[in-house]
Design a protein around this ligand. Structure first.
Ligand code: UN1
Length: 507
């Protein structure tokens, strides 16, 4: 089987030839280390400003052609991409697991998200619907239609190094846009692999060079996209700090941004909860991807009367967690992305202790044979208070805070009482509680679930959140509209020239 990587052993060279390749300078090199075993697994050249400008010009030229391709035909090309990802699911999932550190099951799940969004986008390509409206004037027709935007910049994060790109790119492509992807500098190799995987489809279908572009680099490259008026939409996933910088830069030129930023997701565990459902959901939500999902469960808000029971059950569940190499399927929890993340974990633990927090499950580093990368930490649980600054922030590590509540209103106030608004859940078998939580009185998040956890959203729904999460919606539902511009058309097919609002204007 053909390799999914362009040059497995040497630094990736600049390439602009066939198949929507990557564009890099030969200046400095980005090193990608696997947090699983600490090995240097790729050396990638970052794009220079000159490379970047060349990319944007090529993308602009490609857009002029791509926008003319009928949307269902664009969908057919995305369908073929989905087939390619099916073919390479194991290889790409393994690479995601190795480069990023999530478990193989989660790496495969991430590629499955790509396949799913490809399928979704194919259907969407025949459903870019506008409305027909009734005109107030005789012999007039009003409608709205959706046109592609142009160049879409995609800034993605290390934790979902490929799926989040695909949510944006697949939808943008069926909408007729062209994409310039800047992956996280911590996970460049998986991005190159995706570009390689779809290259064959693009070449086979004579898709113009520049429909799918990749630039590599860090903050600078993200800023180029954000400040560039040639980039119609910047879709950015990452920290709230990064998102604010992108939003400011894009707003400064009155461009469009789509932001999917930090979460501080809570699960309310009511006295009416089925704890046999709640406990595994909490544990997966808190330790999955080693606490590095934007949807990770960071807080549980537990009714006082069952607080001790939940605590004991969680303690017991955490003792069964096996931490180790993510490629070995006998482990539940892999490493953090790098040693800086481990420092962030240690700093957070210190802050919790300083505030007087008690650990129900003790934190710690995992060291010794098999843990040489220095990136493995123990998922832990701390009893805390919602207003503590550490609880109010998103720390991208597997620390779960336990908070007691008395009434449901108290629980909802705590759940909503953070700056972020991505995902939320309630475990209850009480219909009134469940509906109250979903009603306007309840969760203020973009995602609100009943009897399932905060993470693991399906691609069919709109994904994103409120407040500091940034307000953007990606993936399913009608998120496609963010990738198009709406045009209202009024057509007069009559023989008179009546004005709207009944205005009379005689010459
Ligand atoms: C992210 O962490 O940025 O809902 C995305 C989930 C995944 C996507 C997470 N489907 O957990």
């Amino acid at each position: 089987m053909q390799s999914i990587l362009p040059h497995p052993t040497q630094p990736v060279k600049p390439g602009t030839s066939t198949g929507q390749q990557y564009w890099q300078s030969t200046e400095k090199i980005l090193d990608s280390y696997s947090p699983a075993d600490g090995q240097l697994i790729a050396r990638v050249h970052p794009s220079t400003r000159a490379d970047y400008d060349r990319v944007i010009e090529t993308a602009q030229a490609a857009f002029r052609e791509w926008r003319l391709v009928p949307a269902p035909r664009r969908g057919e090309i995305v369908r073929q991409m989905g087939d390619q990802f099916r073919r390479y699911k194991r290889e790409l999932g393994t690479l995601v697991s190795y480069e990023m550190g999530k478990t193989l099951q989660e790496g495969l799940g991430e590629v499955q998200e790509i396949i799913d969004i490809c399928d979704f986008a194919v259907g969407q390509s025949r459903q870019l619907y506008g409305l027909a409206m009734q005109s107030e004037r005789p012999a007039h027709r009003m409608l709205e239609q959706w046109h592609p935007l142009g160049v879409v910049g995609i800034i993605s994060a290390f934790n979902f190094p490929v799926a989040v790109w695909s949510w944006n790119a697949m939808i943008a492509w069926v909408c007729g846009d062209v994409c310039v992807w800047k992956p996280s500098e911590k996970t460049p190799l998986t991005a190159l692999a995706c570009q390689q995987i779809i290259g064959e489809v693009l070449r086979n279908n004579d898709v113009p060079e520049g429909v799918s572009c990749l630039i590599t680099g860090g903050r600078d490259a993200g800023e180029w996209l954000a400040r560039d008026p040639r980039v119609a939409l910047v879709s950015a996933t990452g920290s709230t700090r990064m998102g604010k910088a992108v939003a400011e830069a894009v707003a400064g030129r009155l461009g469009r941004s789509l932001l999917e930023l930090g979460g501080n997701n809570a699960i309310i565990v009511s006295e009416y909860a089925d704890l046999d459902l709640a406990i595994p959901a909490i544990v997966f939500g808190a330790v999955g991807t080693a606490g590095q999902r934007c949807t990770t469960t960071r807080r549980i808000i537990v009714q006082e009367s069952i607080y001790e029971d939940v605590k004991n059950r969680l303690k017991n569940a955490y003792t069964q967690l096996r931490i180790g190499n993510p490629l070995d399927e006998s482990f539940h929890v892999g490493p953090l992305i790098d040693r800086q993340a481990v420092k962030d974990y240690q700093t957070a633990v210190q802050e919790i202790r300083t505030m007087g927090g008690r650990f129900v499950v003790e934190p710690g580093l995992v060291e010794g044979l098999g843990f040489e990368s220095g990136c493995y930490v123990r998922p832990c649980i701390a009893e805390a208070e919602n207003h503590w600054p550490i609880v109010q922030r998103e720390t991208f590590v597997p620390i779960l805070y336990m908070l007691p509540y008395s009434s449901l209103d108290d629980a909802i106030a705590q759940q909503n009482g953070v700056p972020q608004g991505l995902s939320s859940a309630i475990f209850t078998l009480n219909l009134r509680e469940a509906e109250y939580f979903l009603a306007v009185t309840g969760s203020d998040c973009g995602i609100a679930n009943v009897n399932i956890g905060t993470s693991g959203a399906e691609i069919g729904g709109a994904f994103g959140g409120e407040k500091e999460t940034g307000g953007g919606r990606e993936s399913g539902s009608d998120a496609w509209k963010a990738y198009m511009r709406r045009q209202t058309n009024t057509i007069n097919y009559g023989t008179t020239m009546p004005l709207a609002q009944g205005i009379s204007f005689e010459l």
